[in-house]
Design a protein around this ligand. Structure first.
Ligand code: NAD
Length: 247
């Protein structure tokens, strides 16, 4: 029986992960949600405790990480139009916040750190079909959000050691219940009549993964780090629903 912390546990993916971990009562004695905001729906789940804190403050993280063996890092400044303009917040939360998470893991002797990166870190503005994890991360990125994800991912991978085992997962788009961003934005744009045009011939493909499957992948990666830290530690994995076959 172990304790884990879900940083960003009140978010879209974080909530799905907390629910999934809470179902595994044999394994998790305590599941700590670390987030700047609280969500009521997770309040009454057995073994789940909420720790309000800011990833930009290392002391907050250290207090929450005490006694934990696994940390799942799912926090991000949302890539909303508003935040996209505010590079300072994006850098402070996504990059400096991740550095803080790594340092807090080290000082609290956490065994495993799982970071949710993004498939967009390898995007170079052209179609990517059938690539695997051997593809390089380019030096220039499509936007500042992606740049922060790539820097944070690198920091987490570089932190892998015999004391702290780290692994990064790269989902592309995530969909599912309570999605706060993509589907609401699509609906909002459609209502404004902005969905009448598309670029290209309409056959472009985008990879989407169901939110519970990303949560499941995080759980499997944590098991992998526990059982075979030498094989999984310092590795990065794309996450998708299925083999990317043409349809
Ligand atoms: P989300 O915005 O729903 O959740 C992020 C959580 O982080 C929120 O609960 C928020 O309150 C918290 N947070 C933000 N700033 C904080 C701070 N200063 N201190 C503490 N907590 C803070 O995002 P999500 O969609 O659940 O994304 C989870 C992870 O998956 C992120 O790392 C994101 O980059 C990655 N990702 C998401 C998608 C997607 O389509 N949603 C795709 C690829 C990768």
């Amino acid at each position: 029986m172990a304790t884990c912390v879900v940083v960003g546990g009140s978010g879209f993916l974080g909530r799905a992960l907390v629910q999934r971990l809470a179902n595994n009562k044999e394994k998790w004695k305590r599941i700590v949600i670390f987030d700047i905001k609280k969500v009521e729906e997770l309040e009454n789940i057995q073994a789940v405790v909420f720790h309000q804190g800011d990833i930009r403050r290392q002391d907050d993280l250290v207090t929450a990480f005490k006694g934990a063996s696994v940390v799942f890092h799912c926090a991000t400044a949302a890539p909303s139009a508003e935040n996209a303009k505010n590079k300072e917040i994006m850098h402070a939360v996504n990059v400096e916040g991740t550095w803080n998470v790594i340092e807090a893991c080290k000082s609290c002797h956490v065994h495993s750190l799982l970071y949710v990166s993004s498939a967009s870190v390898v995007f170079r503005g052209q179609d990517l079909d059938g690539v695997d994890e051997s593809i390089d991360v380019p030096k220039c990125h499509v936007d500042f959000y992606t740049e922060t994800k790539a820097v944070a991912e690198r920091a987490v991978l570089d932190a892998n050691s015999s004391q702290l085992h780290t692994c990064c997962l790269r989902p592309s788009g995530i969909f599912g219940e309570k999605d706060p961003l993509f589907v609401p934005t699509l609906v909002c744009n459609a209502r404004k009549g902005k969905m009448k045009y598309y670029i290209g011939d309409g056959t472009n493909r985008m990879d989407w993964t169901f939110v519970d499957n990303v949560a499941y992948a995080l759980e499997l990666a944590a098991d992998g780090l526990h059982q075979s830290s030498q094989r999984i530690g310092g590795q990065v994995y794309f996450i998708t629903n299925d083999d990317p076959r043409p349809f």
